[in-house]
Design a protein around this ligand. Structure first.
Ligand code: TMP
Length: 217
């Protein structure tokens, strides 16, 4: 549907975001889903947040490195919104306007779940999104889910003790993030589909494709 901006809504390109907590396999599944879509003849622009444009990747460095306490929750929310504004303007919106599909590894719901979990009000996050990115929302959001704790274990194994500023937080923080994703998915069922991330990578990709079947040409 393209959020608040009617100019995007009329175009044929679809904007898909993948969301979920640490270690649910989002990055692997983003690449696999892109390949599955290409095999169906759908060309996709694959991107990620924070990042995805030159300016936003520079902001990503500021956000991901350093001490957990480097930024206050308010400063962090503003940095994510600034990165997203640049990414939307320079990369996502031009691709959608050209009729392309965009597949984005994390987007606004990550800010709502992660920064929301630190006391930043959902309405404030959405107001920043309205200001920075004209409120652009995905046409479909795929929320990868795993039983509590499973994703963190996978992430710990993957990161080998060198987690970034977010992965380094405790299990209580990650449980809050999962609960926030759940609340958002319950409230916005038209846009968001939960997808079970357990089982083989192939099985998960199949479930993701099923959750997009109504959008496929
Ligand atoms: P990732 O590249 O491993 O997904 O890491 C990005 C980290 O940044 C992840 O821990 C979630 C966090 N994050 C936020 O806290 N807010 C956001 O808006 C986004 C996009 C990511």
């Amino acid at each position: 549907m393209g959020g608040a901006d009617g100019a995007v809504r009329r175009l044929s390109g679809q904007f898909i975001s993948l969301e979920g907590g640490e270690g649910v396999g989002k990055s692997t599944q983003t690449a696999r889903l892109a390949a599955a879509l290409e095999a169906r003849g759908v060309h996709v622009v694959v991107t990620r947040e924070p990042g995805g444009s030159e300016g936003a990747e520079a902001i990503r460095g500021l956000l991901m490195q350093g001490e957990v306490s480097r930024w206050s929750p308010h400063a962090e929310a503003l940095l994510f919104a600034a990165a997203r504004a640049d990414h939307v303007e320079k990369r996502i919106r031009p691709a959608l306007e050209a009729g392309q599909w965009v597949l984005c590894d994390r987007y606004i719901d990550s800010t709502r779940a992660y920064q929301g979990g630190q006391g930043i009000d959902d309405a404030a996050i959405l107001a920043l999104h309205a200001f920075g990115s004209k409120g652009l929302l995905p046409d479909r959001t795929l929320l990868l889910t795993l039983p509590a704790g499973t994703g963190e274990e996978r992430a710990l194994e993957r990161d080998q003790g060198i987690a970034d500023r977010f992965g380094a937080r405790g299990s209580e923080f990650h449980a809050q993030v999962a609960a926030a994703f759940d609340r958002i998915a319950d409230a916005e069922g038209d846009r968001i589909r939960r997808v079970d991330a357990s089982g083989s990578p192939d099985a998960v990709t199949g479930r993701l494709m099923d959750a997009l079947s109504d959008l496929l040409p």
